[in-house]
Design a protein around this ligand. Sequence first.
Ligand code: WT7
Length: 648
Amino acid sequence: MTKKRGTKYVVKKGSAYWPNKEMKAIANMTDPKIYTKAAKDPVKFWEELAKVGLTWESLWSPKNGYVEKLPYFEWFKGGKINFSVNCIDRHLDRGDQTALIWVPEPTNEDVIKLTYAELYDKVNRFANVLKENEIKKGDVVSIYLPMIPEALIAMLACTRIGAIHSVVFSAFSADALNARIKDGKAKILITSDGYYRKGKPEPLLDKAKKAAKKTTIKKIIVVDRIGKKVRGSMFLDFHTELELAESYCKPEVMNSEDIMFILYTSGTTGKPKGVMHDTGGYAIQAYQTCKWNFDLHKEDIMWCTADIGWITGHTYAFYGPLLVGATTLIYEGGPNYPNPGRWWKIIEDHKVNVFYTAPTAIRMFIKTPQSWIKKHDLSTLKILGTVGEPIDKESWLWYFNSIGGGRCPIIDTWWQTETGGTLINTLPGIGPFVPTVSGKSFPGLKHVIVDDKGKEMPKGKKGLLAGVSPFAPGMLHGVFNNHKKYVDTYWKKFKTMYDTSDGAYLSNGLFRITGRTDDVMKVAGHRLSTAEVEDAFHDNSLISEVAVVPMPDKLKGQVPIAFIVLKKGSPSKKLESKLRKYIDIKIGPTARPKRIYFVNDLPKTRSGKIMRRILKALLINEEPKGLMTLINPESVDKIKEVILSNEK
Ligand code: WT7
């Protein structure tokens, strides 16, 4: 396969783009019949992919390729596998290849590159560190780390010994971390003293320490990133321990169905759910989607800008590229540091081939002076990906032209924390690439658009997106310690179909996703529940009632807005900023409401339910419907006045 700089990979036909012969010549998948072929026997299809794509200790018995007893289902049952072997050991014949490129934020620090052989050594050693600290197969390990190589080492080390990792986003608060540690009953917390953000060291350890109080955590393993002294018998230094440890750790043979990790995500209630992912099913989905969606080859360099605190970071910044045996690039810091050219300089410096980011970032760069982008050579790029929220046409075209130089397909991947890997998108060797449209279900998967009752909608009509059996191998295997939540969230509505909570419609047979239909917000691509923010406010004694709703935002897609009824005190700018800071402490800055409106009353039904729908309408200046059902319709005009007077 040859990759020439600046190759044009697409041609325009009508309003869509298609792969041209240059793309087809290199693409891992070019057969448009793959969809119908896979649909004939999807289980067999995935079994074949898993046999060829992964390295197994032993295979599952042929009748256990897929076992479904809803709401649970199992893949490759009885198959034995170790995840770290698939990410590292099996690539050691090319041990000198770079597995990871780490770009620190400070420009005077060196980039770190780890070859597969070096990564192997570190992961083995750290796996032994975990074992010495009494971590066994099935134990939960909490990881609260920024985008540094140690995050990858720690996570892979967990998978080597069969410990379950639970990564918590480093920008989340101590309270958020505390709740997640408690839920998982983790014995060990791996964190760092801090990280660099916008040119400054950002401390992390104090939050970690606070979070570990009154929990099951016995030891905190700390990466020295910003040179803070750490003292106390509870703390271990990451690198000292690593160097002292034995250099080989035998990989634990795991069942394909064993839980590999938990990742907490927001639902419609205040408490985040621990989404559980298995080992073999997750692995094949991560591997295959990297190969086919991003046309990832061993010699490719992929940069997924997502933080490891989110599923996209797990699957496409870390695991997917390693499963394929390619090189992954991660960057520690802010996209604008020291200037808005940073990301594009990284692409140029490291010759990135596959770039995967979120619409929020794209919208931000549309607004920056374009010279920051133009001065960098982006001709090594082959494929561009987008994820996390619907992408508007303007952003799509800008991404296509300004970053892709009009040469690269845009792969608009729809998926969720729950699905482990992408489920709906166009494949680069097949096409078409249509602005704002995601594409088809990945071969071997099926989705439908239905009404509330699960009845299929007429073609082209908007409805709810649902997954159909057999469910994707990478999909969640339950909610940690909470069967009821699992059933209620995903299986209650349709019983035999997976409820995605997204709205969608078909446009020429391709899925266009319109966004969440529940009380989940996507703020700068980050998932947050309105209830979570409301619960945080409720801890404050000044507040009597609160409703949080998303408002459309040009940059972030959506931003949270809070409507608050005070118990005591009077509204003021000072109080508003105090309350916003309060959310930073309780959840993290992502959840900080853009605006707080102090009102006397919230619109409610006779049964006392707050009508958030009405607040949403008022925020976008629409006439709210269904006021007859309210017990206090007069509240609506008053709220309107408050919103208007704040705009002045
Ligand atoms: C929600 C899941 C999965 C990786 C990151 C987000 C929205 C995701 C798209 C897309 C339109 C999208 C959906 C989904 N979403 N990708 N390509 N087009 N919307 O994971 O935080 O679990 O959020 O993100 O609303 O339900 P997540």
